[in-house]
Write a protein that binds this ligand. Structure first.
Ligand code: UD1
Length: 371
């Protein structure tokens, strides 16, 4: 029974890893990986294949960067040819990137059933490209794997048939649990001369922040204002480009408390997150990872698709508001012991760390049922 997995961006490789490794050992399911090439720099893609011991993709479509239409369309055109040749019985798409959407539409139009990993997450903000990708992907999927009860409810509200939805839990939690022992061995703290619980970890890459000069400036101002708190800032390539363009790069580099570094690998990122006093981010995945590692999180967005983390009080929405970011950071630092205790007691709505097994089981049953 042949299935294909379409991925292309950094977080998709991470969240698919346990599923890929399980499928590789499975005697009934054969899984081909199709890499779209959405991400192409070593530290945005290859490093994760190496760290997570993943097999090479069957093919790389090498689409690279572009506008949303260009990137999505290029993937569709190139992927259609591969799918027509390979004829998988199911196409699996993880997450909410342009690769996810392009994979789902291309397969659905070829009448190939689609399975969506991380279905049902909603920020209800259609200005975010990921929200568009999530919604459209969910609505052309035959199998929808949800991370939480809330995601399952969101799908039900949109009229998606119950029998298509499998609440498996979140595969990002699986991979985190599996990789934490290796992450603990990372030497990144020594390399960056950091002491545990003495710094904030910052990442920014959403277009609403990087491509909006005002938001980017507000975030840079917050970093500067947070002095003397050490801020470790692994910058996404697009963020570095925009900071340079807006003349903010040299401005933040003048400040010793800001440690601007290249994008970090998965193990390094987990180690940095676990030992940070707090995480400041606009990433969806890092909000969940900070939650699992029980590190307080401030989200530099107006809203989030991972509302569970906010409802439980572990994650705070600050937008790109300099004063809010600074104020919440200070509150967290002042109350860090008390907050740490509270975070440890929180329930985990994201499953039991065996989501990938459940996903493979459902994929297997689906393929058996349709063959
Ligand atoms: C994409 C996803 C986002 C995900 C993120 C993870 C979409 C719409 N967005 O955003 O949901 O959270 O991946 O990182 O699919 N670039 C490089 N090298 C690379 C890749 C990108 O330099 O290997 C630069 C290019 O300037 C490019 C820009 O980053 O134009 C944006 O890349 P793109 O793939 O369009 O979106 P991401 O911001 O990475």
């Amino acid at each position: 029974m042949k299935a294909a997995l379409v991925l292309g961006a950094r977080p998709q490789i991470i969240k698919s890893a346990p599923f890929i490794l399980l499928a590789n050992k499975d005697r009934q399911v054969h899984l081909d990986i199709i890499h779209t090439g959405q991400h192409y720099d070593y530290e945005m893609t290859k490093v994760f294949f190496e760290e997570l011991n993943l097999p090479d993709p069957l093919v790389n479509l090498n689409v690279g960067s572009g506008t949303h239409a260009q990137q999505t369309a290029k993937i569709m055109i190139r992927l259609e040819k591969i799918l027509q040749k390979q004829r998988p019985e199911l196409v699996v798409v993880p997450g909410d990137t342009n690769s996810t959407l392009a994979g789902a539409i291309t397969a659905a139009k070829l009448h190939m059933p689609v399975a969506h990993i991380e279905a049902g997450a909603r920020s209800y903000d259609m200005r975010m490209p990921e929200e568009i990708n999530r919604r459209l992907t969910d609505h052309c999927s035959s199998l929808l794997f949800t991370s939480t009860e809330n995601c399952t409810k969101n799908l039900a509200k949109e009229g998606i048939e119950k029998n298509k939805i499998h609440q498996t839990g979140d595969p990002m939690y699986d991979v985190l649990l599996q990789q934490l022992p290796k992450a603990e061995k990372s030497k990144i703290l020594q390399q960056l001369d950091l002491k545990p619980k003495s710094y904030a970890l910052l990442t920014v890459h959403r277009p609403e922040n990087t491509d909006n000069p005002q938001n980017l400036k507000h975030i840079a101002d917050a970093m500067i204002k947070l002095k003397p708190l050490t801020i470790v800032f692994p910058a996404h390539p697009r963020t570095t480009k925009q900071l340079r363009k807006r003349k903010l790069l040299s401005k933040i580099q003048k400040h010793e408390h800001i440690k601007l570094v290249n994008p970090t690998g998965y193990h390094e990122t987990l180690k940095l997150m676990k030992n940070a006093t707090l995480v400041l981010t606009d990433s969806g995945g890092m909000q969940k990872e900070a939650f699992w590692l029980r590190t307080p999180c401030i989200t530099i967005r107006e809203n989030t698709e991972w509302v569970e983390t906010v409802q439980l009080g572990a994650n705070h929405l600050a937008g790109a508001d300099t004063q809010k970011i600074v104020d919440i950071t200070r509150q967290i630092i002042e109350n860090k012991e008390q907050i740490g205790k509270k975070l440890k007691e929180l329930p985990n709505p994201f499953g039991d760390g065996r989501a990938s097994e459940k996903i493979l089981e459902a994929v297997r049953s689906y393929l058996i049922g349709s063959s």
